[in-house]
Design a binder for this molecule. Sequence first.
Ligand code: AMP
Length: 427
Amino acid sequence: MSKSHYQAPRGTRDILPSEAGTWRWVLNSFADLAKRFGYGQVISPMFEDAGVFLRLGENTEVVSKEMFTFQDKDPKTPQDLALRPELTASICRAFAQHRPITPWKVWYEGPQFRYEKPQAGRFRQFVQVGAEIIGENDPASDVEIISLAWRFYETIGLKHISLLLNSLGDVETRELYNQELLSYLSKNAKGLSEESRDTLAKNPLRVLDSKRKEDLQIIAGAPTIQEFLTDDDKEHFESVRDGLKLLGIPFTVSPRLVRGLDYYTRTTFEFIADKLETAQNAVGGGGRYDGLVEELGGPPTQGIGFALGVDRILLACEAEKLELKNEMPLDAFVVDLTGGSHASQITDELRANGLGADRCFGSRSIKAQMKVADRSGALYAIIVGDDELEKNEVTLRDLRGDGSQEHVPRSDLVKALTASIKERYPQ
Ligand code: AMP
């Protein structure tokens, strides 16, 4: 086979049909769950005024190094645009623009773009699902948001996920803590890695994210934000922890969890897939961002949300050896030995009745058609030959189970197939 001259750009990939059914199933599972939680979908543009993302903090790597930016072509409105690196900022921009009634509970799905160094589980285009509650400060909303993510992992069957939880306090708390941390890390700067010394000058909090060996010991001795929380912050955090316990959602308080983006206040959390390597084991995260809507031109408004990485969730499923569902497995493959017009009619009838059906084109031998039927993943083959035509029936062969077959009157096909699927392959 000759190789194509062109390849998908670095850090991107094609999801082919053999995998895409599973992707759809995962995305649909999230959509169904979010709807059951009372969230509505927002479909926002894939690019925004770059300023929207600059509000995430110019010292955030996602913004300073990883944004795909370009200029509007209209010379009258020269404007820097950027492909979205995440969706919380777009949702807050949409909130500030449309001013919907609060609490605004929304969910989203779609690709995000970051100019990262590609490696296992780290892409330049990757898919996130996420949810946000805007305009609500009740700790119960923190609990609900976290439980939506948690129940989603459960729905798809993941068992080895850990929830790490922290509180970053309010903006003032963070500022005080930042100063304390800066002074501690500056005193110990000699022992830090070169990268962390560089980060320290821009954003001391982010040094805590480092996983480099030489940094770990210094980080372990750093003051934690817990010592700086106000009474209100502490009360909020306690309510969140109590709420999670009430729902039976296990968590570990992780005092040094700061998360990548600058805008978080109070509750922050991360989901770790225990079966994946450290570099790619973050399968989701989020937090409260009580100042972001205002930064984007809206009224002072609280918010909390999360984003989960679908590419990595699928890697975690693989690592747990989960057998994932397909959004729509094929119910039947029609093997027509009489020329093809019966295959046309039968597939049309099955599809009209909500069943998944396929067939071969061209006239091929029974052996060749059965091979394609088998490869298609269909549950049943429906065979139409001269004998069947004469008796006005079809042969129904179970392809996934014991290979048994039965003859069914042509006019009963839909009923017989539906009943057989229900009995042998209940969902
Ligand atoms: P963040 O918006 O950085 O908090 O990321 C939320 C989640 O998106 C992470 O926990 C990952 O699962 C996923 N994610 C972030 N960046 C990437 C990437 N470059 N490639 C694949 N998944 C990513």
